[in-house]
Ligand binder design. Structure first.
Ligand code: PLP
Length: 395
């Protein structure tokens, strides 16, 4: 028999997966071209040709035993140095290879950090709206997720509520910038205020409070908006990055953790992260992926297609009367449900074969998320369905 806790997780498992299944059934009935699936954050832009070429070059040019073998649990030294040097060039930071741990995507990185930091009962703060898996990851290690409600005026971090929530048991915060699902980028000003609050809280509680910066969308920003680089604003931060979205490689499972030398307990942290990755069963990040990353670290992200989708979808839906947050980053549009219970709105959407994710699953009821990492063609084809949906609410 499986554990009680696992039974609960299976029962509550992903609304998004369920939508995906529903979409397949709908497609079998009405034809795939008549289903408008905005549920999944799977990149629609193919991985750059240089990535595929790099895999071939690694296999042709590098020693096979080295490429396929075990290495330091934190990753190949030369790859970690390459990552550190790239961050330093781009952001003026001073990472060293020693402060980098190659990970199995962002999810692997987050679990590695939480395994390292948490004792049972320790609290981890999440800012709504947030990536729904965070609460599962925190509970994996006996941690207690504490959800800070969204500031629905700005969708920036709700810092007033944070100040009240921090206490002796607070071990860490997870901050996801640019944000999935809101598409908002937290500004430099927000991060400066966050640092001031944390500094005071660290004095009060007598221990460091780490900001786990989850950054799989760091390269996906539009309209010239800059994503402030976390370690330039927050002292005790651990950066988690992934190439899943920036290089369209979600199935390959490759990312890294970057820890600035200035964080409290740097050495213990690095030792902990290295052992945590091993004992969680990752052992190390996939070796071939690491070798590819060494060659492609500065490969730019192609955001043009997402940007085109973003502008068209936002303009069209707002014109129809829907209230949307104009996304600055990532590839999600956050839309206010015209009914207080967004699940009713989602069900109404399904009648028109539109699949949207209810934002209760992101800790922010009353909103829905549309992933626009889909084809432009599908977005265009979905417009009559959205018009019909709009008429239900706005006449
Ligand atoms: N964090 C956020 C905010 C995400 O949206 C995702 C994936 O969609 C992840 C983490 C997991 O990313 P990865 O595929 O790199 O594990």
């Amino acid at each position: 028999m499986i554990s009680k806790s696992m039974e609960e997780l299976v029962a509550g498992s992903s609304v998004i997966r369920a939508l995906f299944e529903e979409g397949k059934q709908m497609a079998a009935k009405v034809g795939a071209e008549n289903v408008y699936d905005y549920s999944l954050g799977n990149p629609s832009v193919p991985a750059p040709a240089s990535v595929n070429a790099a895999f071939c070059q690694v296999l042709a040019e590098e020693d096979s035993l080295f490429v396929h073998g075990y290495m330091n649990n934190a990753g190949y030294e030369d790859v970690r140095e390459t990552v550190a040097a790239s961050l330093n060039r781009r952001f003026g930071t001073d990472f060293t290879g020693d402060g980098i741990v190659m990970t199995v995507g962002a999810a692997g990185g987050l679990n590695t950090v939480l395994r390292t930091l948490l004792d049972p009962g320790d609290e981890v703060i999440c800012f709504a709206p947030f990536f729904g898996e965070y609460t599962n990851y925190i509970k994996n290690f006996g941690g207690v997720p504490v959800v800070i409600p969204a500031d629905t005026r700005t969708f920036q971090l709700n810092l007033d509520a944070l100040d009240k929530a921090v206490n002796q048991r607070t071990k860490a915060l997870i901050v996801n910038n640019p944000n999935n699902p809101s598409g908002v980028i937290y500004s430099a000003d927000t991060l400066k205020k966050l640092q001031a609050i944390l500094e005071a809280a660290e004095k009060r509680t007598g221990h460091p409070i780490y900001v786990i910066s989850d950054e799989p969308y760091r390269e996906l920003a539009y309209d010239g908006v800059q994503v402030p680089f976390m370690s330039l604003y927050i002292k005790n931060c651990i950066i988690g990055y992934s190439f899943s979205k920036s290089l369209s490689l979600p199935g390959e499972r490759i990312g890294y953790l970057a820890v600035p030398k200035a964080v409290d307990g740097y050495r213990e942290l690095m030792d902990g992260l290295t052992v945590a990755g091993r004992i969680l069963g990752f052992v190390n990040a996939p070796s071939l992926q690491q070798r590819m990353i060494k060659r492609c670290i500065d490969e730019p992200t192609d955001v043009e297609a997402y940007d085109k989708n973003r502008r068209f979808l936002y303009d069209s839906l707002t014109e129809m009367g829907f209230e949307c947050i104009r996304p600055q980053g990532a590839f999600y549009l956050f839309m206010k449900s015209p009914t207080a219970d967004e699940k009713i709105f989602v069900a109404e959407g399904k009648k028109h074969h539109i699949l949207m994710v209810p934002a209760s699953s992101f800790g922010c009821p009353g909103y829905v998320r549309l992933a626009y990492c889909v084809s432009y063609d599908m977005i265009q084809r979905s417009m009559p369905a959205f018009k019909a949906l709009a008429e239900t609410y706005f006449g």
